[in-house]
Design a protein. Structure first.
Lengths: 993, 415
């Protein structure tokens, strides 16, 4: 069994016990524990089930590479699936549940898949479930989907907050082991601004466990001193619990700080995502130990050798009573020593190398521990827990020589540098045949904007495995001069690459050798993939799902590659690796979202009159990021009734519209007129000061993108009104052309949309209202239609535009935004005796539709040119050029047979459904019903008391009076007649009074 | 070719699966083929397949610089739908979708087509109008879609928050037989079927030059030697401009990276595909349980198949807004693919200015769903030298004539 030792544990505080629950069972740990350590201390080795065969799974590793030990953590709005117990700190009150089993962890029905495993090899689903056809949908897929997935689904909205932060540094060091500390110290002493980040809760990494001395002191002490020195430097920032998750172009590093995972609900944000711009990044990210592939290597109790000694040394936890170490290298002997030091039994060290002579094995032998040379494991015995191992010759086929009882197998197949960050952004790797590992190729680093190296690795991440080499490498990576810190430790003999154990294992054994523990990919699966021609490493990965689990192959990839290479009779470097993608380990989606949630997901834009509208019963419509009143409902009214009332009142008295959201872009400069002549289809440069002109803007493909009134404010400045939705887009469009194409033109643009509040005062009595406010001559003579004047109205500084989007006598008055509400209230008060009422966007639409005015986004959709809308009059024939001119000359656009704007009137007076299509005779070559037009705007006109619509119809203007068929819902057909699109005041007399 | 079936798997299980043949052969290139297709993505392989199946042309090579299916075909988020607005698009995407319905049987390879239903959320009044218009169009095009109200949306996707606060769900465009398929399997299934017809799929072979004489194609140069051909089909997605340049013409294509990501696997919680264009993100759940998430393209041109960060953030935000439970899941992996974007966001299936050279590209962010239909139409174009009705509107001429097939009209995100 696994248990807490009575002595030791460099990271735990025995005076601070913590209680927690696993699958409902109360357990105790100590402050400083990881959940993995706490679970082992409570003899809980079995923690989950694998993905495909639901095999029992125990803790294998002690850090970020753990593939098996995933739990659901927390409860309710703080529940999170798939948390690794090896990177979760134990805290008081923690609750964890095991995953992927039914009905319980110990008795899981899904485990039958394991017995059927022979029938479910890699990729079996590609070959099955083809017949009978409906079965895939109704039987097979639902079955696969039900057994899919790992963790439970969080059910509630997240109770936690997340935060994002920015930082800048000359150097970011990822990893706070001795390499990271050395690199940080070296760079900081040279005056660099350094950020040092460590994913765990402790500085020092592996070295304090592994026991070498640095600069004549124990590694622990050296680490303490180094941390103290760094903390004393103003140019150094250090953060624990912060993982550099990805490296992106131009030195952009993302770091994931788990601020409050270990103190949930304490008011701090749970995670903080750092976005760091770094001059350079050093990945001092260490190395990960590789498992060995022998039959039964997935049974709980089989662990990485280094993890076993981590548990013993760091947390005083013995994973078992009797251990066997199996290895192909010297390093694993440190585990045997650590176990022996803790008074635990090491039954044997099984070494695949034919002869073992190094310092570390000598120390182990000196403790009286058996060392078996040239041996391997034929088979691990046990089901939910290891009970022993069968030993064989590594060179053989697995004939059992002896059996040794044990409950832990500590395995080591060598080490792989953590090259993820290096690789994220294009750094290349080379195969180091001596150490059997891929390590960064310093000659081919990821490069920055000027081609300079943007990242380096330090220490074990570079492939340096001995302490002295680690320190020297880190010192050099940070540009250190002089001497690196020195280390002394035992010399290590070379490792022997061992990819399967025993070397001659047959298929029966190979189909029990696990490569990917979580996804249940075995040596036999990779060999099958190779046999079937899935030869590229990416094909093998995808066909078998090797390395696609939540650990992204941290333990399995290299072993899988080696097996594949062997199957293909090629060298490992010829096979290559799969691509390393961010993040290094999974990061919460919450942290990626950051603070932008709920109400502040996107900025909410409100006009100065917003609260007034609210108080008057505004029914809101989101328009881009704005909220605009759709209508103002009075008590007892439906929205439709309110709209009708607003329309009729505006046509007979006065309507007031908050038009502040309309885009207002000031264009100024010596070349402003020329610029606007290019932007608009009409001529703006000749517009006299004080005059207004309606303008159309097209993109370079000729399509209409925006419209609005342009006002000449002064000799060199024009105010361009855009649609509400268009303001930002059109401003960007202007700047795009100015900055990319016409950069030498003397033009400045400013988006003044939010600087001015604008009120439209509309209706036959509009002038009376303004006169009542007083201060300006707004008479027909002084301020005729399509002119502009500046002055004071009712004491407000005002810009008055005599323009109309309703066909009524209409003034749009702009005042500084800060005075918007006061001005609006003044208008309401002054208008009371004339029957003034506010109206919303829907009434605005009805008013303009009655007049046959187009609306961007209704009559246009990115495929419509002004000529289609009968707007030829707004296109200058004289100008040499404007954006879209050339495009509009292309044959299809100049074709007279296009869908063109007309009015539509249903024969029965009903309202045509929006978007309905008019059918034509027959079907096209693809069998689709032919069409000849569509509805673009459609409303009930309260003035005309019937449905009115506009639409685009093939050759429409030439077909007045024809009746079209519009099939609508439920097989019904609505008939409508083609009419002129101006339904109201055809001669435009009302706006000119 | 040994046929795949439950019985075949059972038979092989008894001999430890030692008898399975290669899914496709790995031949050396021959000197000459009737048709050479560049690019062993889904579109290239499907073109080859239907050349053989529909037109009896089997002396065909598919040339791939990397591993087959390793371009966008193996990187996409696998959404399949045909609820397009414009007639030519609806025709080719619906052809593709209907071929997907039987593709597993046709290829004898389970591509796991899963018509689980697809929703495009309307979160502004503008979108409501746009999708209602699409439903009318689809009904006339023979594409079955419907408009559904928020309550039905919630019923189909219980994990969705339909009540805002910023963008409440106002309804959705629903295609009940839209869904997903397994992307790799589509490429592999076609490759296996092509190989079985005697076609050569040549991987790790980069085309480095195109030889023409008097405006007529002669052959190609590759890293594995020169190959002659009577007809050449260029089907290389993000690298189309590069191949066009080798052939001596230009294409109206821009290449940029499109980002995607997956969460860690969780138990099944969403049985449909959801696209939310206002907030800009879309999501489905894979058969493994991962939430598969995609968003927008980077705003700059490039050829690195890397993920950048900005869109991941934007998309994740958008989806947490729509699915609050996502916040406590973790991102497992992000990646990018280089997509080939045309000015009207519609593909190009066309003859070119060089005799015997045909291009199939411009599928951009949404061509996985089109693979069978595109291959069908392209095979017809290559075999006959002239486009059939499916491809007719997608010729290069349309840019010269201003005859765009603009789909951005209906949807901001086009997947
Ligand atoms: C992140 C992402 C998400 C997407 N999501 C969806 C989705 O949900 N639904 C959908 O329908 N579509 C989606 N797409 C789009 C879809 O993936 C593509 O449109 C489609 O896969 C393109 O297929 P293809 O065969 O044309 O190109 P590819 O699969 O890219 O194949 C082109 C091939 O040409 C090869 N090649 C290039 N140059 C040469 C040369 N010189 N010599 C030889 N070979 C060469 C390449 O190596 C590659 O294999 C997405 C794309 C991405 C990147």
């Amino acid at each position: 069994m696994s248990a807490r030792l009575s002595r030791g544990g460099r990271l735990i505080d025995r005076r601070a016990p913590v209680t927690f629950r696993f699958d409902g069972k109360p357990m105790t740990g100590f402050a400083g524990d990881t959940l993995a350590a706490s679970l082992l201390a409570n003899d809980q080795m079995l923690v989950g089930r694998s993905f495909k065969y639901h095999r029992p799974r125990g803790i294998v590793a002690s850090g970020a590479e753990e593939p098996n030990a995933l739990v659901g953590l927390g409860q309710g709005p703080r529940f999170e699936p798939n948390q690794r117990v090896t990177t979760t700190e134990t805290f008081e009150g923690l609750t964890a549940i095991s995953q992927n089993h039914w009905p319980s962890l110990d008795y899981d029905i899904g485990a039958v898949n394991g017995y059927l495993s022979r029938f479910l090899p890699a990729g079996f689903y590609y070959k099955m479930f083809l017949w009978p056809r409906p079965f895939w949908k109704h039987v097979y897929e639902p079955f696969i989907r039900q057994s899919a997935g790992l963790g439970k689904v969080p059910q509630e909205a997240d109770a936690d907050r997340y935060e994002q932060a920015y930082a800048f540094a000359d150097l970011v060091v990822a990893g706070g082991g001795i390499a990271g500390l050395t690199a940080a110290l070296t760079a900081a002493r040279a005056g660099k601004r350094v950020i040092l980040l460590e994913q765990t809760a402790h500085w020092g990494g592996r070295a304090p466990v592994d026991g070498d001395e640095i600069d004549g002191m124990a590694a622990d002490l050296w680490v303490k001193n180094a941390v103290q020195a760094l903390e004393g430097m103003a140019n150094v920032t250090m953060r624990l619990r912060t993982m550099v998750s990805g490296l992106y172009d131009h030195g952009y590093a993302l770091a994931y700080e788990r601020v409050a995972d270990h103190t949930p609900g304490d008011g701090r944000p749970r995670h903080r995502l750092w976005r760091i711009r770094a001059g350079k990044v050093i990945a001092a990210t260490g190395a990960i130990e590789r498992p060995l592939s022998f039959a039964g290597n997935d049974i709980p109790g089989v662990m990485l050798a280094a993890a076993v000694r981590d548990f013993v040394v760091n947390w005083a936890v013995s994973p078992g009573d009797r251990s066997v170490v199996v290895t192909n290298n010297d390093d694993a002997y440190r585990t045997a020593l650590a176990l022996a030091d803790a008074g635990l039994v090491v039954a044997a060290v099984i070494d695949a190398r034919p002869s073992v002579t190094g310092d570390l094995p000598a120390q182990v032998r000196a403790r009286g521990i058996r060392v078996l040379e040239g041996r391997g494991i034929a088979k691990v015995k046990g089901a939910k827990r290891v009970t022993g191992v069968a030993i064989c010759a590594q060179q053989g086929e697995g004939a059992v020589l002896e059996e040794i009882a044990c409950d832990v197998v500590a395995m080591s197949g060598g080490w792989s540098p953590v090259v993820h960050l290096w690789s994220h952004c294009g750094g290349k790797l080379i195969w180091d045949a001596d150490a059997s590992m891929f390590r960064p190729d310093a000659a081919r680093p990821p490069t920055g904007d000027a081609g300079q190296p943007m990242a380096a690795t330090a220490g074990a991440a570079s492939g340096a495995l001995q302490t002295a080499a680690v320190l020297a490498d880190a010192h050099a990576a940070a540009g250190g001069e002089g001497l690196a810190p020195q280390a002394t430790g035992p010399a290590e003999a070379p490792m022997l690459p061992v990819w399967i154990m025993p070397q001659g294992a047959g298929i029966a054994l190979k189909s029990k050798m696990w490569l990917d523990y979580q996804n249940d990919v075995k040596v036999s699966d990779v060999q099958l993939a190779a046999r079937e021609g899935y030869e590229s490493v990416e094909h093998t990965k995808r066909y078998t799902t090797l390395g696609m689990a939540t650990d992204q192959g941290k333990l399995s990839n290299i072993n899988g590659l080696a097996v594949l290479s062997h199957a293909l009779h090629q060298e490992i470097p010829a096979t290559g690796t799969t691509t390393f993608r961010p993040p290094y380990t999974p990061i919460s989606l919450g942290s990626i979202g950051g603070e932008a949630r709920g109400e502040i997901f996107q900025p909410l834009r409100q006009t100065p009159m917003h609260d007034w509208h609210s108080a008057q019963g505004a029914y809101w419509e989101p328009v881009g990021q704005w909220r605009r009143p759709y209508c103002y409902k009075r008590s007892g009214e439906t929205a439709h009734e309110a709209v009708n009332r607003e329309v009729i009142n505006t046509r007979s008295n006065i309507g007031l519209l908050d038009a502040s959201t309309l885009g207002k872009i000031l264009v100024k400069g010596a070349d402003a007129g020329r610029f606007l002549d290019m932007l608009y289809t009409g001529v703006m440069s000749t517009l006299p000061v004080g005059k207004c002109r309606y303008g159309l803007m097209c993109n370079d493909n000729g399509f209409l993108i925006d419209d609005g009134v342009v006002v000449r404010m002064s000799e060199d400045s024009w105010l361009c009104h855009t649609t509400t939705g268009g303001a930002d887009r059109i401003h960007a469009h202007m700047e795009d052309w100015l900055q990319c194409e016409w950069w030498d033109w003397k033009v400045h643009t400013a988006n003044l949309t939010e600087q001015y509040a604008q009120v439209a005062i509309v209706g036959p009595k509009a002038r009376m209202l303004l006169e009542k406010l007083g201060g300006m001559d707004v008479s027909r003579e002084a301020l005729p239609f399509m002119t502009y004047a500046e002055g004071t109205l009712g004491g407000f500084r005002a810009r008055v535009f005599r323009i109309s989007f309703s066909g009524e006598l209409s003034y749009e008055v702009a005042v500084p935004a800060s005075e918007g509400l006061a001005f609006w209230e003044a208008c309401v008060a002054a208008g009371a005796e004339f029957g003034a009422m506010p109206y919303g966007t829907e009434a605005l639409h009805v008013l303009r539709a009655e007049k046959g005015f187009i609306m961007i986004g209704d009559e246009t959709d990115g495929t419509v040119i002004p000529q289609d809308l009968g707007l030829g009059w707004a296109i200058s024939k004289k100008k040499a050029d404007y954006l879209g001119k050339r495009a509009q000359e292309r044959s299809h656009m100049a074709d007279p047979n296009r869908w063109k704007l007309v009015g539509l009137e249903t024969l029965d007076g009903s309202v045509l459904p929006d978007g309905a299509l008019a059918v034509a005779e027959g079907v096209n070559a693809n069998g689709q019903q032919r069409t000849q037009g569509r509805v673009t705007s459609t409303y009930h006109s309260p003035v005309l008391k019937k449905g009115i619509a506009m639409g685009l119809v093939l050759n429409g203007p030439g077909r007045m009076g024809e009746v079209l068929d519009f099939p609508v819902d439920d097989g019904k057909v609505v008939q409508a007649r083609i009419v002129d699109q101006v339904f109201y005041d055809k001669d435009g007399e009302k706006q000119n009074v | 070719m040994t046929r795949y079936s439950v019985f075949a798997v059972a038979r092989e299980a008894l001999r430890w699966h030692s008898g399975w043949e290669r899914a496709w052969k790995s031949p050396a290139p021959k000197k000459k083929y009737d048709v050479v297709i560049v690019g062993a993505g889904g579109h290239g392989l499907a073109t080859a397949y239907y050349l053989g199946k529909n037109h009896g042309i089997r002396n065909v090579a598919v040339i791939e610089k990397g591993w087959l299916g390793g371009g966008n075909t193996g990187r996409n988020t696998t959404i399949i739908r045909s609820n397009y607005l414009q007639d030519p698009s609806a025709a080719i995407y619906e052809k593709a979708r209907s071929l997907y319905e039987n593709l597993s049987q046709d290829l004898n390879y389970n591509v796991m087509f899963s018509p689980r239903g697809l929703l495009m959320l309307a979160q502004t009044h503008h979108e409501v109008r746009g999708y209602r218009r699409t439903v009318y169009a689809n009904n006339l095009q023979g594409v079955t879609t419907e408009w559904i109200e928020p309550a039905k949306v919630k019923e189909l996707v219980p994990i969705m928050n339909i009540e805002g606060p910023r963008y409440p769900v106002l309804g959705a465009l629903y295609q009940a037989r839209g869904g997903t398929a397994r992307h790799d399997a589509v490429a592999w299934g076609y490759a296996r079927a092509c190989s079985a017809m005697g076609m050569d799929i040549i991987q790790q072979c980069e085309v480095t030059g195109v030889r023409t004489l008097n405006g007529q194609v002669q052959g190609i140069d590759t890293t594995r030697g020169a190959i002659d051909c009577a007809k050449l089909a260029i089907v290389v997605a993000g690298h189309s401009s590069v191949l066009a340049e080798m052939s001596g013409f230009r294409l109206p294509i821009e290449s940029m990276a499109l980002q995607a990501l997956v969460s860690e696997p969780i138990k099944p919680c969403m049985d449909v595909v959801v696209m939310a264009n206002t907030v800009h993100g879309y999501m489905s759940q894979s058969d493994k349980g991962e939430m598969v998430i995609g968003g927008g393209t980077d705003g700059f041109n490039n050829y690195t198949q890397r993920g950048s960060w900005q869109h991941v953030e934007e998309t994740t935000r958008a989806l947490i807004e729509t699915f609050p439970m996502l916040s406590r899941l973790k991102m497992l992996r992000q990646w990018g693919g280089i997509v080939d974007m045309t000015g009207d966001r519609s593909p190009i299936l066309s003859k070119t200015s060089v005799g015997g050279i045909f291009v199939n590209c411009g599928w951009g962010t949404g061509g996985f769903k089109a693979i069978p239909g595109s291959g069908w139409a392209m095979a017809e174009l290559v075999a006959k030298g002239e486009p059939g009705p499916l491809a007719a509107e997608f010729g290069l001429d349309r840019f010269k004539e201003g005859r765009f097939i603009d789909e951005s009209v209906a949807a901001g995100v086009a997947h």
